[in-house]
Ligand binder design. Structure first.
Ligand SMILES: Cc1cc2nc3c(=O)[nH]c(=O)nc-3n(C[C@H](O)[C@H](O)[C@H](O)COP(=O)(O)O)c2cc1C
Length: 196
């Protein structure tokens, strides 16, 4: 089982690197899945520029960059979307990448880890991402994982540097949520195999 950890910030100096390292460190504690980073910075795509919506386009000719992104999404069985919050929404670069999807992510579960340098933990970005993931065919799991003040919480290699109760809670619930994602993925794979 392959799970792609999609990083939704592409800006230089992004805090998202630390958050993704943290998620990958926690993923190493989880059995039953291979987690791999899928960094949008490695997939520089144009703003969505196709004449017809992907699902309705029978003569689609995406650029090499878009093809690579679609192939990476198709190769995964599930996703963890790691998103910052820009103006109470997910970054445009992440929404843009989702707009290119046709059926690559259909029926696959997705977890949302949001973060910010503020007390909100990117909760509004996570809430806005949820319907976009659903419309793109994914099944977002019910519980989001907001990381407030992620800059204080995490060090450069994604290690927890804050000594607090909430840091201990985060260290517990993130691997538990990743295990839950693995369980959902297994169940959904079985369901799709059982379908006629
Ligand atoms: C364009 C922009 C808009 C932002 N808007 C919000 C916001 O609405 N809510 C919030 O909690 N933080 C906001 N922030 C602060 C981010 O939480 C912080 O910059 C964080 O490091 C962004 O993630 P990144 O560094 O991985 O891109 C914003 C930052 C930027 C650059």
């Amino acid at each position: 089982m392959k799970i792609a950890v999609v990083l939704g910030s592409t800006r230089p100096g992004r805090l998202g690197d630390r958050v993704c390292r943290f998620v990958m460190n926690q993923a190493a504690l989880v059995d039953g899945a291979e987690f791999a980073l899928l960094d949008l910075a490695d997939h520089p795509m144009p703003f969505f520029d196709e004449p017809v919506a992907p699902l309705a386009n029978h003569d689609r000719r995406p650029s090499a960059a878009v093809r690579a992104w679609l192939a990476a999404m198709a190769a995964a069985d599930a996703y963890v979307f790691v998103t910052p919050e820009y103006n109470h929404a997910p970054p445009a670069v992440l929404k843009n990448a989702l707009d290119f999807l046709a059926t690559e992510a259909d029926g696959k579960p997705a977890s949302i880890v949001s973060y910010s340098t503020t007390a909100h933990g990117g909760i509004l970005a996570g809430q806005q991402l949820r319907p976009a993931l659903s419309k793109a065919g994914m099944l977002p799991l019910p519980k989001s994982l907001p990381l407030a003040h992620a800059d204080r919480l995490l060090g450069p290699t994604g290690e927890l540097v804050e000594r607090s109760d909430r840091a201990r809670r985060v260290a517990g619930f993130v691997p538990a949520s990743l295990r839950d994602l693995v369980a959902h993925t297994r169940a959904l794979n079985a369901l799709s195999e059982a379908r006629p």
